[in-house]
Design a protein around this ligand. Sequence first.
Ligand SMILES: [Zn+2]
Length: 464
Amino acid sequence: MKLTKLLTATAVSALLCVAAIPAWAQDGAPAMTLFTNVHVFDGVNEARIENANVLVEGNLIKTVSTEAIDVGEASVIDGGGRTLMPGLIEGHAHLMLMGPSLPIMESETTWEDFAIHGTKMSEMYLMQGFTTVRDAGGANAGLQRAIDGGMILGPRLYPSGAFLGSRGGHADFANFTAPVGQSTNFSRLNMAQEVDNIADVQKYGRNNFRMGASQLKFMQSGGVVSAFDPWQLLAGSQAEIEAAVQVANEYGSYVMAHSYRKEAILNALNAGVRSIEHGFMFDCEISALMAKKDAYITTNLTAFDPNLFEIPAIANVPASLRKAKSASAAFGNYITNMKECPAKRAFQTDCVGDVASCSKQIAYEKFLNADFFDPHTALVTMTSVGGELVALSGDFMNPYPEGKLGVIEEGAYADILLVDGNPLEDFSVMGTSDKWFDGPERPESPEGILVIMKDGVIYKNTLN
Ligand SMILES: [Zn+2]
């Protein structure tokens, strides 16, 4: 079967409407796609593999070579000297959370609203070049099943199930007047669960895995836009965090912890948490402990945006504005510290909002990663480090255990972008914006990303 012939449509919107072409030909043999004449960014090394060819067999990369690859029946995509690289990996999204505020999601949003929003977010992420997304709370495995079953378009999905958090913490979505113990919209949908002791952590942690989570998300600090918590909160006792790690270990998986304050980060690492979320008070002592514990950090760099105080969710709520100002003062050294004592850092956007604004936030987060650091660091963050991070879900819970993610190498999953130009020199080809919410509407898919392949299947091809 000639994939290229079937994918002559150039408009992405047209592609979104047709079923994706399977990675398997009709006779049962794996479909072959040969990319020729490409420079390969492999997800790790700054030097590209020049003038290479990449053969995809079924859903895996079979060969990467600077020699000609001889295959019989393959669809050939002539890269024309462009850059072939791994699909992007989002380390911390909330595909189901739509805003506009936590109280409205609790009181007025039904499972249908969440599901439809999640469907649109999934499509948007894939077309922005993300072939893998780790969902950091709110999504169970239903969305993943719909994507992997071919019902809707989207990236590979690593869901965390319900956020686990203490009463009054960052995952407490209850109304202001809700008495202790009353169930919430979020708890009924297993999108957030209140855990106030070790038994709760075990019960809801195990339930998350039962519902298809690939890892657990523990809310271990407060937040800025949430109602009841100072951002400095040390939420959850050490024994509760250790209980979450123990439950995750039962499944061969790991815990990601929402941690802001330095003490929270150190507590999490000492309890065995492998993925620090946000980690704004990161410093060299934390970096050293992370190295010892083989841990990762994902940070939404928009938190350091000078216009942070103008975001409506913050500007319109005096308590949040106060919190944002004190947080901003405490987080001032993050970038300097990360440069001085680098840690394994993956990409995260952490958008809660409508699809159009999240698309803008992603473009800005991409921009900041190259601007605060450099294009190579940004690309490694968005590819190979993300691939290592999601693989922490282990042999039993990893939904995609056949190959590596975030790298271009033999045996890795065929999650591939073909990019116009060299993103190591001009990062804007990845679809960046130097403005956040006041920037222009984003295109459905960045012009600079010409081909998007996930699992050996082409979802965008504007080369023809
Ligand atoms: Zn988050």
